[in-house]
Design a protein around this ligand. Sequence first.
Ligand code: BES
Ligand code: MN
Ligand code: ZN
Length: 501
Amino acid sequence: MHTGADETPVRCVFGELGEVQADLMCAPVFEDEGSEELRSLDAALGGSINRARASGELRGKTHELFFADVATPTWRTRRVLLVGAGTRARYDTSRARTVAGAAGLAARDRRVRRLVFVCRAAGERAPMAQAAVEGVLLGAFRDTRFKSEDNSSSPLISVELYFGEDVASQTRAAVERGVLLAGCSNLARELTNEPGNLFTPRVFADRARELASGPHTTVEVLDEQAIAAHGMGLLQGVAQGSVEPPRVIVMRYEPEDAVPGPVLGLVGKGVTFDSGGLSIKTADGMERMKRDMAGGGAVVCAMRAIGRLAPSVRVIGVVPAAENMPGGRAIRPGDVLTAANGKRVEVLNTDAEGRLILGDALTLAQRFGATHLVDIATLTGACVVALGHHASGLLGAPDAWVESVRQVADRAGERVWPLPMFEEYAEQLQSETADLTNVGGRPGGAITAGMFLKAFSGGLPWAHLDIAGTAWYDTAQPHHTKGATGVGVRTLAALPFEVAW
Ligand code: BES
Ligand code: MN
Ligand code: ZN
């Protein structure tokens, strides 16, 4: 279901602050600024900023909220929210995004319909403005689709970014990009939050058709027969324990003026529910595994963004979608599967299903012409242990390609952190029976999962993002609701533009 999670209009405004009409005006306030800088705002608030500063109520600590009523009768906006932004020196695009996110979230919680966010000069204007837009729209997102009655909120109908003076066209373009990328991230969040009963591989494929199709983007869906014809035995193996048939979603972005040569291949894990299969998971928290398609959702929504941003590099998106269930026909530990690239895999643990379906999808992406690969997956609990919830794992080869993906992710404000891929780790995947096993034991679990994928990368430049810890929040953040984050959309959509092809 399409809820318009990507449809809040954002405008740039400038001029007299008192002339701006909104339900709530939000502005960052720094820990280390004097009363001078906010003087005109403080005057409009009848001096409450200064009083709150003096009493210690307002300190400017990151994400602290301070509400005040406007005292000046001529001001058109009657209520102000100051959001703590920390120290000036540390107010970069990442901080600006979460500060704006806290404003968006607070506004949404308070049924604000028209929000103005005051962009306070720091750093380069265009990227800061983009970050602010992204923050507000990501922060204001709330998923109430499955509530029969939603009295708690009404969506933002408009957002205005206020600047002291008129802004350059680059800044306007950056704001537009922010609107698009936040919108596509929010759509990915909706896909990811959907329950497994309603969001099966077939439904996923239908939604991808709706979301990713565009003037230069086609969507093709491979059904069971096509999957068999491609010899995707790893995907078939994972899917066979479920009554829901698998699908492979293939999205092709082909611009008219395509740069000859490179084809970026984006591959996303689309497990619509991961019970673990016969190597079944424990009941505690198993419901979270409805989100095991977050990587696939990110690829679909990144392809949507790419079609609209129109880079000159060709991009192909491949999402293998399946449900991992312990039915009567399910794969057994010890079974041997034949992959699309001919390798034989001994399945020692049916819960290591993501790498299986991704292995075949990486092969397929190559078959369809990809020259550079990036995959994204909620792949391992081990990655969550290693990096927690504040960075995705980054693996791959060669180093130069991995490094360029790292830089793009950094600029997109989606933190990643590299894990090593020393040859020795591959020894943990040696099988007595087949070419390799699908698990390498507990030590370095995120890395051995990466080593498994590497065996299917065909020697092409390939990077792997493990988003098991970053695809959703289990607890609400000041700038972000509980649930899916849409992580990866911004990075993947930026890759065609920002890599030196
Ligand atoms: N989808 C899970 C990984 C996961 C765990 C994602 C926690 C998000 C949060 C994956 O399919 C899985 O089950 N991995 C196993 C691999 C193991 C059997 C080698 C894991 O991490 O326990
Ligand atoms: Mn699993
Ligand atoms: Zn999984």
